[in-house]
Design a protein around this ligand. Structure first.
Ligand code: PLP
Length: 368
């Protein structure tokens, strides 16, 4: 295939904030670098002052009181928190319930641990909520853990309080651990974040994964954290020591500044909400597109099945015809087929140009 340079690409496939890390965080880290002290290994579980600040933030976000000494671990992004949690819990032969569509790392990490991913569907017809009857039917004697992700990548869906309560009851009835991937918890536009770990009887069976990446536009700093019952967190800390030694010193200082100096995310959330409202309406106005209204994260997951093409083929043709990138829904699991993931973590102007280009190209897209 001939390679062509595209100089005017609009990238809606990217899964990270278009904002840079806020200045107050950068200023704090500059001072730390001048200080010169933060160039050494850190404690394996992260700096104690950061863990204490996390315990305060976790209490504010969830109402839970966690022990910064034993129930919190600082990690290298949400990604390493996921990995050490899965490695700590999953033994060869264990089954793990994984959302489909879902963040691809879940499946790969479960496989790396020797476990078996068992997919549960998140469907548009059901508002991308987990289906309780389906979940129940998939649980076997080998089921060890259920992975939840709300707000959700790639659909932007959030789990309702009612569904969350039913899942909590099911986890207790069938003795499942829950891995709650809440990395988008700060990006909710309708309704408020509620942690499943804070429901009665759930803390002792839930590991919550979180991150500074999306909340504070800090993807490149690679800083995340997990909290949960002490025996599992302790196993995660041990794994972290063998895999990574410790999280990065200056990134922890950046995280501490984020938590102690501002924690303000309202402006960013308001801007994402404005873009979501505009993009959902604009996509629904395109012939052949049907777009639900996601309540969180920064993704839309429009249904493009009316075009009769696989999502991969549709994405490829869209790229050629419009120079707009998106991710085929099938990249997130078979139930994602018939959809595209588009991120609105890009400027309003880019979104508007992208939609204009798509509208102009649509008539030729299927035949061409
Ligand atoms: N979980 C979900 C659902 C994600 O979408 C991502 C990143 O895109 C992560 C976890 C990992 O985030 P990070 O490692 O950047 O903190």
């Amino acid at each position: 295939m001939q390679r062509t340079e595209m100089t005017d690409v609009i990238r809606l496939e990217v899964g990270e904030p278009d904002f840079n890390t806020p200045d107050y965080i950068l200023e704090a880290v500059k001072a730390d670098l001048d200080d010169g002290r933060y160039t050494h290994y850190t404690p394996v579980a992260g700096y104690p002052d950061l863990r204490r600040a996390l315990a305060v933030a976790i209490h504010d976000d969830t109402g839970l009181t966690v022990d910064p000494e034993g129930e919190v671990v600082v990690t290298v992004g949400g990604a390493s928190a996921l990995y050490t949690a899965i490695m700590a819990v999953v033994d060869p032969g264990d089954e793990v319930l994984v959302p489909d569509p879902g963040y691809p790392q879940y499946t790969q990490q479960v496989l790396l641990a020797g476990g078996t991913p068992v997919f549960y569907g998140l469907r548009e017809a059901n508002g991308f909520q987990p289906d309780l009857a389906e979940l129940r039917s998939l649980i076997t004697a080998r089921s060890k853990m259920l992975i939840l992700n709300s707000p959700h990548n790639p659909t932007g869906g959030t789990i309702s309080n009612e569904t969350q309560a039913s899942i909590a009851a099911l986890a207790q009835e069938r003795d499942l651990l829950v891995l709650a991937d809440d990395v988008y918890h700060a990006l909710m536009y309708d309704g408020a974040y509620r942690s499943i770990a804070a429901l009665p009887g759930m803390f002792e069976r839930t590991v919550t994964i979180n991150s500074f990446s999306k909340t504070y536009a800090m993807t490149g700093w690679r800083l995340g954290y997990a909290f949960g019952p002490q025996p599992i967190i302790w196993e995660m800390v041990k794994l972290q020591s063998f895999i990574l030694s410790c999280p990065t010193s200056v990134s922890q200082r950046a995280a501490l500044a984020a938590l102690t100096q501002s924690r303000a995310t309202e402006e960013m959330v308001a801007e994402y909400r404005r873009r979501r409202d505009w993009l959902v309406a604009a996509l629904n106005d395109l012939p052949g597109f049907r777009c639900h209204r996601p309540a969180g994260a920064f993704y839309v997951f429009p249904n493009i099945s009316a075009f009769g093409l696989s999502s991969e083929e549709f994405c490829a043709r869209l790229l050629q015809a419009t120079h707009v990138t998106s991710v085929p829904g099938s990249a997130f699991g078979p139930t994602g087929e018939g959809h595209l993931r588009m991120s609105y973590a890009t400027s309003m102007e880019s979104l508007q140009t992208a939609v204009e280009r798509i509208r102009a190209a649509l008539p030729g897209l299927v035949s061409g």
